[in-house]
Design a protein around this ligand. Sequence first.
Ligand SMILES: [Zn+2]
Length: 134
Amino acid sequence: MDPVVPVAAVSVTSLLNNVLSSARTAKDLAKQSSDSELKQQIADLFNDILELKAKVLDLDAENRELRDKLKEKTVVERDPDTECFYKRGETDPLCPKCFQGSGAAVYLQSQQDGTGWCVICVKRYPFTRREPPF
Ligand SMILES: [Zn+2]
């Protein structure tokens, strides 16, 4: 008997590949059978697993993207004095519209008139660098 590996220790991809491998073996074994219903059922199962794998990989990618966004969100802080948003430990302000709207951390580009220009939403805001310590 194979040793039992905790599910959490196994990645979703390797788990799916194991299931796919078992289904492929069952499909190959079924080729030797004269039971056409069994062959069809195993072929359907194999195709369903392939479809499931594609969906799980999509969800896995989406999950990773959301985790990255969440991580970025948690290190951005608002300075109550300047009312600007900054990445933790940095001095240059982020676009408040982009950050509050979609969670995108877009740096304002300093302009000669003292404003900061956002390359994404094309808005201008006061450009206030903050002074350490934060
Ligand atoms: Zn913006």
